[in-house]
Design a protein. Sequence first.
Length: 415
Amino acid sequence: MPENLSTQLKKYLPQPILKLVKDAGEKANELGQELYLVGGVIRDLLLGRANFDLDLVVEGNAIRLAQELAKGNQAKLIIHSRFGTAKINYANFSLDVATARRESYSQPGALPDVQPGAITDDLCRRDFSINAMALCLTPQRFGELIDLYHGKDDLDHRLIRILHPNSFIDDATRILRALRYEQRLGFELEARTAELLQRDAAMLDTVSGDRIRHELELILKENHPEQVLKRAEELGVINKLHSSFKSNGWLTERFEKVRQISKQTIPYPLYLCLLIYSLTNEENERFLSRLNFPKRPAQAMRHTLQLKTQLHSLAKPQLKPSDIYQSLHSYAPQAIQANALASESTIVSQHLQLYLAKLRYVKPLLNGEDLKRMGVPSGPRLGEILNVLHEARLNGEVRTRKEEERLVYSWRHTL
Ligand code: CTP
């Protein structure tokens, strides 16, 4: 008899979500299809970790089922016909529905060839035993656990295990995924998995920059990314991201500080700027091009290294706020923040923080239109006066609109 987890599922899912998945099972049944909840949510249900990122797999036609589910539900349906998948967005929740599929890899690192299949096919193409479980949602079998690879035992023994010896060759991103789950869950790589991971580490070279970058992004979104990087170093994998990367105490301390200052937001770009902090410009350029970084984060990383070479000019204690502003206003804020965290000099850090917290927001109260109304003719001189006004405001020499006007009148006479 397969194990049944319906009681656990009913306790685990919030009532409205439970109702949605039950309705989905019934609807699939009416269409003569079997429906399953799969992947990470089963793992997290068994571990008692919250995860309402629900993936449904149907033996049949996912798009047809999703269309039925979205009807009359005020849900928004997004269909990806090419992949046979659909996303149903409800008011504050979404369901991913996919057709059960069979996959084969024509060559390592490539995306797989896909055909419709049974749930067993769909599970055997997955990464790790703990991610390869499914729960049936069809009414007669509601809650039935499908666990062909003993994922539940591996959860009990806290192990990350691949499903077959060629798993990392088929998809080398699993190397990075394995380390991410291992550290997130406080698990260990099963011995043979660890061996194969090291054997196949070079396969990461066959993976596109975009896919590696995506995995790095997922690592940096974990609660403690430095632990994943440390493990990647121990296993000789970190150099697949960049030959000069090192995970060390310095990085760990900085990452901890990043989390203290970031609070709500995920500090992904800032982590990146610290990750490349010890690289040379050339090394950084190789990293940016290997991982095909988009313009914005690439610029923040370049600025980080540029600013690092200019920090000496911010080490003087008597700098005026306007001098600090002039030195920093052309750099990306993450680059400034990264340098503030990285710099060993208290005075430099203070100047960088002052800019980030205050100076970058300072603007004169008067604008160009106000100046023209006050009789300053358009032209380069107007721009200069605005700059001087900005400086005076940064340095606290003018505080009110009246004081700014007085200053403009005094300069106007010198025109
Ligand atoms: N998967 C896989 N191989 C990959 C990526 C994903 O086998 N390279 C499968 C796994 O079964 C995984 C599921 O697809 O559970 C969903 O992938 P993803 O959303 O990345 O992971 P989750 O398991 O949902 O985990 P997380 O908590 O990290 O989101």
